[in-house]
Write a protein that binds this ligand. Structure first.
Ligand code: AMP
Ligand code: FE
Ligand code: FE
Ligand code: ZN
Length: 294
């Protein structure tokens, strides 16, 4: 890697010189990131990221819109998604990668069904909040959350309207699974998510394993039996020791390795595209090659 010179220019750090990074875990404003798909491609160019995976939560909308911009910029775009699934009663995130980016008709339909059930849950959630005396309509939440509208957007509205003192109170008293405005939403099980990704020809990778509730080394045999075939060893949350731990588990279980910053733009400003938190991320390029050999 050659000399890197960073020049502060507006919001971006312009990079000149030879820097070639990869980043396979990023979000646009089609889920909970702050950059539009085009802005994300620009940010990738500025950061020296020449292979970018867009992994919005439960949607390909950001990937689809970034496609042309990536092509003109010469950025290799990897089609990805981050699914919210249930694993032993807790939420677990599962990354899906589709290096070819096509042949996903059935998978896209399945995601479409989940989006419909999310929308339908949001309508019931708004009704429940009105029942409790709050003036909140589903359209207000959707204006904030677009295709990924969820409880955090309702929480923000409750704070803005002064119904609660803060986000924490909105969840603790109303929106948490144990709280009084909670309404059920169907979420796929982890095994179902893995099966759908694999059936569509994708690579299924356990996202940011440090955030999984439960003992990952102990759970892995079962997750692998369900078809999991990769693990996100490189992530902005991981210490060097944790990365080593997950690389070791990948070797032991014959899993591919994936990695990414989990960039969300201004939503998580400490996380930088391609390089993570204070440069703690350095994803080897062979990760991308392995993914393409899937
Ligand atoms: P949804 O997908 O609409 O059901 O919302 C799930 C999101 O809400 C999660 O990804 C978290 O960001 C947030 N969330 C869920 N439970 C809590 C909680 N108890 N406190 C704070 N945020 C939460
Ligand atoms: Fe996110
Ligand atoms: Fe995640
Ligand atoms: Zn993510």
């Amino acid at each position: 890697m050659g000399a890197v010179r960073q020049v502060r220019s507006g919001l971006h750090w312009k990079v000149s010189g030879l820097v070639r990074l990869i980043d396979l875990h990023t979000h646009t404003n089609e889920s909970d990131g702050s950059c539009s798909p085009r802005q994300l491609i620009e940010a990738a160019e500025c950061a020296g990221v020449d292979a970018l995976g867009i992994t919005d939560h439960d949607t390909f909308a950001g990937y689809d819109q970034a496609f042309e911009a990536a092509r003109s910029a010469g950025v290799t775009l990897v089609c990805g998604i981050e699914l919210s699934t249930r694993l032993y009663g807790h939420s677990a995130h599962l990354l899906g990668y589709f290096p070819l980016g096509d042949g996903l008709k059935d998978f896209r339909e399945w995601i479409g069904d989940m989006q419909a059930s999310r929308r339908e849950r949001n309508v019931r959630l708004a009704a429940r909040l009105r029942e409790l005396g709050f003036d909140i309509r589903v359209e207000e939440a959707e204006a904030l959350g677009r295709g990924m509208t969820g409880r955090p957007h309702f929480a923000r509205i409750m704070v803005e309207k002064g119904y609660v003192a803060n986000f924490r109170q909105a969840f603790d008293e109303y929106l948490d699974e144990s709280a009084k405005a909670y309404v059920y939403r169907r979420e796929p099980s982890f095994a179902e998510g893995v099966a759908k990704i694999r059936a569509a020809g994708g690579v299924a990778s356990l996202a940011h394993p440090t955030r999984v509730k439960g003992d990952v080394p102990a759970l892995l045999p079962e997750l692998c039996a369900a078809g999991l075939n990769a693990i996100e060893a490189y992530h902005s949350d991981h210490s060097a020791r944790e990365t080593e731990l997950y690389l070791g588990l990948a070797r032991r279980h014959g899993l591919k390795v994936t990695g990414g910053s989990d960039f969300h733009g201004d939503m998580k400003p400490e996380v930088r595209l391609g390089s993570g938190c204070a440069g703690n991320l350095n994803i080897p390029r062979e990760v991308l090659e392995q993914l393409r050999q899937a």
